[in-house]
Design a protein around this ligand. Sequence first.
Ligand SMILES: Cc1cc2nc3c(=O)[nH]c(=O)nc-3n(C[C@H](O)[C@H](O)[C@H](O)COP(=O)(O)O)c2cc1C
Length: 189
Amino acid sequence: MSEKLNVVGIVGSLRKDSVNRKLLNVAKTFLDDSVTYSEMDISDVPLFNQDLEHEILKSVQRIREQALNADAFIFVTPEYNSGVPGVLKNVVDWLSRPLDKHGNKPLVNKTAYVMGATTGISGTITPQEHLRSILAYMGVFVLPSTRTTVPLVANHIDDEGNLELSDMTLGFLKDGIKNFVKYSKKLID
Ligand SMILES: Cc1cc2nc3c(=O)[nH]c(=O)nc-3n(C[C@H](O)[C@H](O)[C@H](O)COP(=O)(O)O)c2cc1C
């Protein structure tokens, strides 16, 4: 780890007005100044094709470099038909493959926080569990014992399109992000 914990946010939605990005934008306000933060732009990442994994694809190179330099990730997953959206799984698949001849894998031995928002009642519990299992398989340490879900998210969008979370949800999110930073600093040296 460099002087500051480097946290990268990844949203599994390409939608301009994504509620999951709005959730990430609230979460990032709880990161303190011992952390550097950036969001990963996944909008131009092509579909994974094993024939192309050793090609120099600009967008893939960019996300790999950003992930390699990261210590920790905040994943925000929408729920598509009770699962992780394809665009998010696609990015994880690209990041699971060796970067170079030294076999550097950008996600391995890093930490992650998982959360999400849905218009339905489920609040992304199922895709979160799915994503946790994918990340665990890949050697990513996901903050345990924390579930950040926002069900019925349309009820929390005001007339200007801002996400207005209840004090209780904000409290859970704040505690979760603070614990995540502590957890990451303990695990990443
Ligand atoms: C293909 C598709 C499948 C969806 N499946 C579910 C679902 O299983 N459960 C649910 O609560 N919402 C579901 N939704 C609604 C999403 O929760 C909603 O569109 C949400 O705003 C997506 O996140 P975003 O705004 O960050 O893109 C689905 C939406 C799409 C486009």
